[in-house]
Design a protein around this ligand. Structure first.
Ligand code: GDP
Length: 368
């Protein structure tokens, strides 16, 4: 009975079912005298921080403790899926603590994007969502871009306090922390020591800072990517951008429509010929058709021409639901949560977006 086994490293209950979950260990690990979870194993042997997913309840417990601390909170979001990775309600838990907002994965945006514009947009959006960060930084943890600068910013802002890193799963928290560890390991003025990890507390990995303070890596909460519920892992990989996104430009006349694989659709219902620029994974096929033909095309070709979903996941794929938008006179992004966005530049346009039920679609001021 695995319920009874406790990780010797961090004290969590060891389980062998959910690879992404807290306390996971491969079944073979249970045969050892001293059982440690995979997360502690990797930490011990590779100095590598591995993220785990928590349930909402567990995550709330961790967030709840944040307000009682006197610390700097570093919140990481995925710039390509800002809303999906936001962590609703964090501002209610941080108490009086300062929050540094770090937007990761900027390498996915086209090289021409304007940093200042994006930073201002992030500040404005954070404020609208109830959070006033002391500063906003852009980063590409995977490419190592700005990692050292952000470490220095953290060190300055923390004013001798502890640091808590928070973020949804998949925002790049582990990548960031591992890059920081690499950058400072062996350096005389170490910000982070890797020589003797004190192991973990119940739920967090703590990394000692040079003044006796600690940087805590909190486990991420599962990102409720609705889109992920409807397609399989391989398809999800395909729609998750890995490289700089190549925008696809379409000049559309009214009555034209775009399909994003078989996952979403945009109708240009009414207005002057306008520009629609799509930012999705380069792997996702975009098909242009006529609004009047779109329903039929979808009925006949979902799972083949219009994929993902593939022939199998199409069986359980819910019908698309329509949401109408009016674009007045601003350059906006129509955001398909967890999938991508379309920048629309035009005046007095009527648009409809079709998405699987439960997937959010929304309009924002363009970040491009
Ligand atoms: P965590 O769950 O927040 O710890 O996220 P991970 O560090 O495990 O990263 C999740 C995924 O995002 C992995 O596939 C990473 O390779 C990828 N990733 C992390 N940082 C970046 C980045 O700066 N740019 C891009 N394009 N991908 C990244």
């Amino acid at each position: 009975d695995t319920e009874q086994i406790i990780c010797a490293g961090c004290g969590v209950k060891v389980q062998t079912e959910d690879r992404e979950g807290l306390g996971y260990a491969p079944p073979s690990a249970l045969e050892r005298d001293v059982v440690i979870c995979q997360r502690c194993f990797r930490l011990k042997h590779y100095n590598e921080v591995q993220d785990v997913s928590l349930t909402d309840d567990d995550f709330l417990k961790i967030l709840n403790t944040l307000g009682e601390k006197d610390a700097l909170i570093v919140k990481i979001v995925d710039v390509f899926d800002f809303n999906g990775s936001w962590l609703q309600g964090l501002h209610r838990f941080v108490g009086k603590n300062d929050v540094l907002l770090v937007a990761n994965k900027v390498d996915l945006l086209p090289k021409s994007f304007k940093r200042n514009k994006l930073i201002n947009w992030l500040k404005k959006s954070a404020k609208e969502l109830g959070l006033r960060p002391v500063d906003v930084c852009l980063m590409s943890a995977a490419k190592g871009e700005s990692v050292i600068e952000i470490a220095a910013t953290i060190d300055k802002l923390r004013q001798g306090k502890d640091v808590y890193i928070v973020g949804a799963t998949n925002v790049g928290k582990s990548t960031f922390i591992n890059k920081m560890i690499q950058a400072f390991d062996g350096d005389e003025e170490q910000l982070i020591t890797t020589s003797h990890f004190p192991g973990t507390t119940l739920d967090m990995i703590d990394i000692p800072l040079d003044d006796g303070r600690t940087l805590y890596d909190t486990p991420g909460i599962i990102n409720h990517h609705q889109m992920a519920h409807y397609i399989d892992k391989k398809e999800l990989k395909l729609i998750t951008p890995k490289k700089e996104i190549k925008p696809i430009v379409n000049q559309l006349n009214e009555g034209q429509a775009l399909f994003f694989g078989g996952l979403a659709r945009l109708d240009f219902k009414q207005g002057e010929r306008s520009s629609f620029v799509s930012y999705f994974s380069n792997e996702l096929q975009i098909h242009r058709t006529k609004v009047e033909k779109a329903d039929q095309l979808y009925a006949n070709h979902l799972g083949e021409l219009l994929a993902p979903p593939g022939p199998k996941s199409k069986e359980d794929f819910p019908p698309l639901v329509k949401k109408d938008f009016r674009i007045k006179d601003k350059k906006v992004d129509l955001v398909f949560s967890g999938l991508g966005f379309v920048t629309i530049n035009g005046t007095n346009l009527d648009i409809a977006a079709h998405v699987p039920k439960g997937v959010t679609v929304s309009i924002r001021d363009s970040i491009i």
